[in-house]
Write a protein that binds this ligand. Structure first.
Ligand code: ADP
Ligand code: MG
Length: 749
């Protein structure tokens, strides 16, 4: 008698319902049924303790090895310490002032232990865990209010292990799910029968029952297949509708001109285009010439010359009397882009000036930190059309900037710009005409990610680097094990400068007691905590104890000590815009030897004379971020050097990650490593805006096949029924994945 949208308190009682809501945001019966087990434990199987991560809330199946009680010296009271083991490694559980636990946690007994993993004196620990021992009749939940029979809960051969929280151990959640399943009156299957048969998956109701109460692992597998299929299909349907909607819209056709600014630019180019640049250039030229909006992603290794590709596309649009906007993730980068585009164009960027070329246009920078007068002028240039190219940050499109005739938007270094933002961007042209969109990223994208996160785009890859590009060698400097190697690092910096080169020193934080890290200032790319390196350290040591190294502190230390003789500048997002610009300019002009900076240098900065980069606290950065960062050196003819300074110990996962970055400069290989290490939810668009991603079961790493099949099926369905009118169940599935705003947008188009 209970429907999926019934509130949980009707079934479970107010207190439990509240706990589930506050821990996991589970409000309804349906929500709880979608709270799938993370894994299944077999009776007698013990959890590998070596795989636990500091800071995670873990549920461990283990055996008590020994137990002891002692009296605390400093405070009054007792401590019971139980060592539990998986047969290889052990974990200490501590209990304060609960002497009776000594009598219960007898050596040899097995059970489930749940709590937050911490480290104390290099020993893994669970402080005050909740636990449930397996032997019948003696179950207990520390801190819980119910005592019930373990025999009943563990009668099944497979024990579902749920994502758990303090006060809500896995076994309590299992009990709640059981109660809900007993009264749940099922759900209608959103998949039409024919489609379900083609996919070869079981019914939804059966799948939801089975995933919580499987008899064996093969049942888990087939139930999982169904639930994965729904997720993959939902995403692909949404994307197929997006692509369809975009093709129905019209865009300003900008066919190539015979002898316009593009032709003049090509003549002036001091180098030959690479084969890749030429081929992609032709695809783009053809896309721009059609009357439907281009939606293209160009992925190309760092230094592969994407800027020229983008500029040539922009010039084709300018040739047909329209404008192009280029969006960068930070103001520093926008300013740099404006400068380098102006530089590349030479007299072609000086329309209206005495020495301007005949076909010339203007490049205008439009950012939040311009003075009021400058900003007014820039707005005017954009609105009047006198600026053929307008460069700004992503905010450019949110502000009330109007263009005379916007034909193309280029989004550079786009990994912070999701499906939804791109959507908003396309909608900007109004229903009548959407601008063409060209997205560029230096982070190579595995196929599954291309099919999901970038599924609204067609992709092209720029694989080759221009000739004569020097190589970059990367080494990890393990300062925990070899403290004096740090001196050697600074020596190396001095040698590099003595040879006439320049060096970046990158730190994860600005310093000087800013509030939150990384994203605290507008100009700092917000990716810092994106891959979880900050929140859940994976190195088996307690990293949270020391705040990340800061630009301000390191710069001061270097100035006083090892780099006292060098000209040193700082660059970070909290500097006033003109100081940022001045620092970047001075470094580019060779007036500074060393630039101590945050990740503001991560993307796009191009100073060919910079040959070395030292990255402090390297473990605090994600894989692709490190790859991007080191792409800033070795851009000239001299070989590049990148030193990853880290306290991560050999053998830890964190160190492995750094070693992987040091071992290869192949972005595609690193993208794969990155995908393995990141929490998958973080890669999927929806979470970028703080919403829960609908994808719980689907793995971008393992389910390439499912995703590809779902994509085909979605193309097929949407091709026949663009509005999904004949498929209300599928329409609902899509609606559950996309937020209302987006759904509305889909309705309108
Ligand atoms: P990225 O793909 O990382 O954005 P850029 O567009 O900044 O790379 O290009 C890196 C450098 O290579 C720039 O200095 C650019 O002028 C130069 N470059 C681009 N294309 C070529 C080419 N075909 N031959 C030689 N140099 C090139
Ligand atoms: Mg670039």
């Amino acid at each position: 008698m209970t429907a999926g949208d019934a509130k949980l308190d009707r079934v479970l009682g107010a207190k439990t319902a509240r706990a589930l809501d506050s821990a996991f945001g589970l409000a309804t019966v349906g929500d709880l049924l979608r709270h799938y087990p993370r894994r299944y434990a077999e009776r007698g199987e013990l959890t590998a303790i070596a795989g636990l991560e500091i800071g995670e809330h873990a549920t461990v199946l283990a055996q008590v090895e020994r137990v002891s009680k002692r009296t605390m010296r400093s405070r009054r009271g007792t401590i019971v310490e139980a060592r539990i083991t998986d047969g290889h490694r052990s974990l200490t559980c501590t209990f304060f002032n609960q002497a009776w636990r000594e009598r219960e946690l007898l050596p040899g007994r097995q059970g489930m232990f749940a709590g937050k993993v911490t480290a104390y004196r290099h020993q893994l620990q669970l402080a005050h865990p909740e636990y449930q021992l397996f032997d019948a009749g003696s179950a207990t939940e520390a801190g819980g209010d119910e005592v019930h029979s373990a025999a009943e809960e563990f009668a099944a051969a497979l024990i579902p292990v749920y994502p758990a929280a303090q006060g809500l151990p896995s076994w309590s959640i299992a009990r709640c799910v059981g109660q809900v399943l007993d009264v749940w009156d099922g759900t209608e299957d959103p998949l039409p029968e024919a489609l379900r048969e083609r996919a070869g998956v079981m019914g939804l109701q059966e799948a939801l029952h089975t995933i919580h109460r499987p008899r064996d692992l093969s049942e888990v597998e087939s139930a999982g297949q169904r639930l994965k299929w729904d997720e993959a299909l939902g995403v692909q349907l949404a994307l197929a509708r997006l692509r369809g909607a975009s093709q129905e819209r019209s865009a300003p056709a900008s066919p190539p001109a015979e002898d316009g600014i593009l032709a003049a630019f090509d003549q002036r180019l001091p180098f030959d285009l690479t084969t890749g640049q030429r081929e992609i250039g032709e695809r783009i030229a053809a896309d721009l010439a059609t009357e439907h909006p281009m939606n293209r992603l160009v992925q190309g290794e760092v230094g592969s010359g994407k800027t020229v590709v983008a500029l040539r596309a922009m010039l084709q649009v300018v040739d047909s009397g329209r404008q192009a906007a280029m969006l960068a993730p930070t103001e520093v980068l926008a300013a740099q882009h404006a400068r380098s585009l102006t530089g590349l164009l030479g007299d072609l960027a000086r329309a209206g000036e005495l020495d301007g070329a005949e076909q010339a246009t203007r490049v205008t920078l439009l950012t939040g930190s311009l003075s009021t007068a400058q900003r007014k002028q820039a707005m005017l240039d954009a609105a009047s059309g006198s600026a053929g190219i307008v460069v700004g940050t992503h905010a450019l499109l949110q502000d009330r900037v109007s263009f005379a005739d916007l034909g193309l938007v280029v989004v550079d270094e786009q990994h912070r710009f999701g499906v939804e933002q791109r959507d908003a961007l396309r909608a900007r042209g109004g229903a009548a005409a959407a601008p063409h969109v060209l997205v560029m990223t230096a982070t190579p994208i595995p196929r599954t990610v291309a099919m999901t996160v970038y599924g609204d785009l067609e992709t092209s890859s720029l694989r080759e680097l221009p000739h004569g590009r020097a190589s970059i060698s990367t080494s990890v400097v393990p300062v925990a094990e070899k403290p004096n190697w740090l001196d050697r690092v600074w020596q190396r910096v001095c040698e590099e400068v003595a040879a006439g080169h320049q060096v970046y020193v990158v730190c994860p934080r600005v310093g000087d007691d800013e509030a939150a890290e990384g994203s605290s200032s507008r100009d700092e790319p917000a990716s810092f905590a994106e891959d979880g390196t900050e929140e859940s350290p994976r190195d088996g040591g307690n990293r949270q104890q020391r705040p990340p190294l800061a630009v301000i502190d390191i710069a001061a230390r270097l100035r006083e000590g090892p780099l006292a003789d060098l000209r040193l500048g700082v660059l970070h997002g909290r500097l006033p815009a003109e100081d940022k610009d001045a620092a970047m300019r001075a470094f580019a002009a060779g007036e500074l030897d060393v630039l101590v900076a945050t990740t503001v240098v991560e993307v796009g900065v191009d100073v060919p004379n910079a040959t070395a980069m030292v990255i402090m606290d390297a473990e605090r950065f994600g894989v692709s971020q490190l790859h991007q960062l080191r792409g800033r050196v070795g851009r000239g003819s001299a070989p590049g050097l990148c030193l990853l300074v880290s306290e991560a110990m050999a053998g830890t996962a964190t160190r492995e990650r750094l070693d992987a970055v040091a071992a290869t400069t192949d972005g595609f290989e690193l993208a794969r490593v990155d995908l393995q290490l990141r929490r998958e939810g973080d890669i999927l668009g929806a979470t970028q805006s703080g919403r829960k991603s609908g994808l719980k079961m689907l793995s971008l790493l393992r389910d390439e096949d499912v995703i590809a099949r779902a994509r085909e099926e979605a193309e097929h369905v949407v091709g026949d029924d663009p509005q999904l009118r004949e498929h209300p169940g599928l329409a609902r599935m899509v609606a559950e994945l996309v937020d209302e705003e987006r759904a509305e947008f889909l309705e309108k188009s």
